[in-house]
Design a protein around this ligand. Structure first.
Ligand code: ADP
Ligand code: ZN
Length: 520
């Protein structure tokens, strides 16, 4: 059988050899055993069920939540000679009947459906009339409530399996799953002693970076200007932030698309199409954008704000470089991002257990932003892969800047924040430390406090950056309000009493900044 699979790999797909994990999964499926394949994006998961589908007698059912991707896959399979069709909500009841008639008559080898179809009893009834040797479940993490994209309809899959005679083989695939999510997949899909293949989570062609305490707007405008010929996505966490960011780029004469749930269907559709067909190179979007976008030549994904957890981050960032060519994944971190995410968790209607879980996963995300370890290593370890050599190219691996002792500066900043009664924001605090003649400084009488001008050797911007670093490291805290106020945390005590020193990587200068950035 596996010889036949290899023959089909060549005949239909034009490839000489299986990639890591493919052969093992295909062999299991052809041997009528369930399978669970956890392989990174672009590793070639589809082939693992498409080839068995081309060999097995009957119609293979593929369940996938990615509507637009589904259409592409159906077109591709038909082009290469594997007759395939789909049933989705765009079809009328008559059209569905017609499709089923064709399916019963043996016109197709593969049928793609969205999971929502399984909510329909009629559909399940129709399925019983055909021979289904294999059910392939794509994006199988959607079945888990612990995953980042829970789809309740996925829970109907096992019911479907039970109602089909003889029981089809089930093969589940996902790119990212923690052990907990993997267990959920096996349990909720009712996989029987599945062949498990995990090829590792690393995406070798991607370079991960985190930048803290920088001017985010300036960063994106410089970055995008230097990469106008390349496709990229900028993710921001709120609609308002997407609007602001989009307006900013547009004002600079950069043609950008935008996408969020507040736009009309038509607007969203238009901007998505423009992006897919390269009429627009950069897309500013909330996380509503991306599920189902199979654009292989995305060269960079910038997160303007830190997302809510590492799974969501990896999924979104992983939309870069699906074609195997280099991709950059950049996260711009500011302390305010943590506050925003906490606020979103607090305001959600999740129960206490769920909220605690979300706070935990949020912490892991915040740690990612601060780890001096290899970022790719940090990610794969989170997903349970212990073995990994540092990638050598992420912003941690390439960070050769020396550590500088900023204990004295930190002490000055802490005492200034304290003397200002912990009631003001970053900008005003920096002005006071700089010794600015600003009206507001005088109005509050801050030109008469002892920390006025104690950091005059620094620029205001440098002081702001230092405050941001101290916040990122947990010494200072930003309030959750619209105009965040800085306050001290208990972490400052050992620093003020000289028991602990504070270090910071030397400030970035134009020479050690990445080459696409003209100045900071
Ligand atoms: P995934 O679903 O894991 O993200 P795909 O199934 O879309 O990945 O495959 C990614 C790309 O790799 C596709 O262009 C596919 O044709 C190609 N591919 C799959 N298997 C092989 C193989 N054995 N040899 C070479 N290329 C392959
Ligand atoms: Zn690294």
């Amino acid at each position: 059988m596996i010889a036949k699979a290899r023959e089909h790999l060549k005949k239909y797909f034009g490839y000489e050899q299986f990639r890591k994990g493919q052969e093992q999964l295909i062999a299991a499926i052809l041997d009528q055993r369930d399978a669970l394949g956890v392989m990174p994006t672009g590793a070639g998961k589809s082939v693992c069920y498409q080839i068995p589908a081309s060999i097995l007698h009957g119609v293979t059912l593929v369940i996938s939540p990615l509507i637009s991707l589904m259409k592409d896959q159906v077109d591709t399979l038909n082009q290469i000679g594997i007759p395939t069709t789909l049933i989705n909500s765009s079809l009328s009841a008559e059209e569905v009947d017609q499709r089923f008639k064709e399916i019963r008559e043996g016109h197709y080898k593969v049928l793609y459906i969205a999971p929502e179809r399984l909510d329909s009893g009629r559909f399940i009834h129709m399925l019983k009339q055909i021979h289904v040797p294999l059910i392939a479940v794509d994006e199988a993490h959607c079945i888990s409530q612990w995953g980042h994209d829970f789809r309740p309809s996925y829970l109907h899959i096992s019911k479907l399996v039970q109602s089909i005679e003889p029981r089809p083989v089930i093969a589940a695939f996902t790119a990212t799953a923690t052990d907990k999510v993997k267990d959920d997949i096996v349990r909720c899909l009712g996989l029987l002693g599945p062949e498990r293949v995990t090829t590792g989570y690393a995406r070798d062609n991607l370079t991960f970076s985190v930048y803290k305490g920088i001017d985010k707007r300036k960063f994106i405008s410089d970055y995008v200007k230097h990469r106008q010929e390349e496709s990229g996505i900028i993710y921001a966490s709120t609609r308002k932030e997407v609007d602001d960011c989009h307006r900013y780029l547009t004002r600079l004469g950069i043609k950008a698309g935008k996408y969020h749930a507040g736009l009309s269907d038509t607007e969203r559709m238009e901007s998505q199409e423009q992006f897919l067909y390269d009429d627009i190179r950069v897309m500013v979007a909330t996380n509503a954008f991306g599920m189902g976008i199979d654009k292989s030549n995305v060269r960079y994904v910038i997160h303007y704000n830190m997302p809510r957890n590492l799974e969501a981050y990896y999924q979104e960032a992983g939309r870069a470089g699906r074609d195997g060519e280099p991709g950059e994944c950049i996260l711009l971190y500011a302390a305010q991002d943590t506050a925003t995410q906490k606020y979103l968790i607090e305001m959600s209607d999740a129960d206490t257990e769920r909220k605690t879980q979300e706070y935990n996963t949020l912490n892991t995300m915040v740690e990612y932003c601060h780890t001096p370890d290899c970022l790719q290593k940090y990610i794969v370890r989170y997903f349970g892969q212990e073995e990994f050599e540092p990638c050598g190219k992420c912003s941690s691996c390439t960070d050769e800047r020396d550590l500088s002792d900023i204990t004295i500066e930190a002490q000055k900043i802490f005492s200034c924040v304290f003397k200002m009664n912990q009631r003001f924001g970053v900008t005003l605090t920096a002005k006071v430390l700089k010794g600015s003649q600003d009206k507001k400084v005088k109005q509050f009488g801050f030109d008469r406090i002892s920390t006025y001008g104690v950091m005059k050797e620094y620029t205001e911007k440098e002081i702001v950056q230092m405050i941001q670093v101290l916040t990122a490291e947990g010494y200072l805290k930003m309030s959750d309000s619209q105009y965040p106020v800085i306050s001290l945390t208990t972490k400052v005590k050992p620093v003020l009493s000289e028991q602990e020193k504070v270090y910071q990587r030397l400030m970035k200068t134009p020479t050690d900044a990445p080459s696409y950035i003209s100045s900071w």
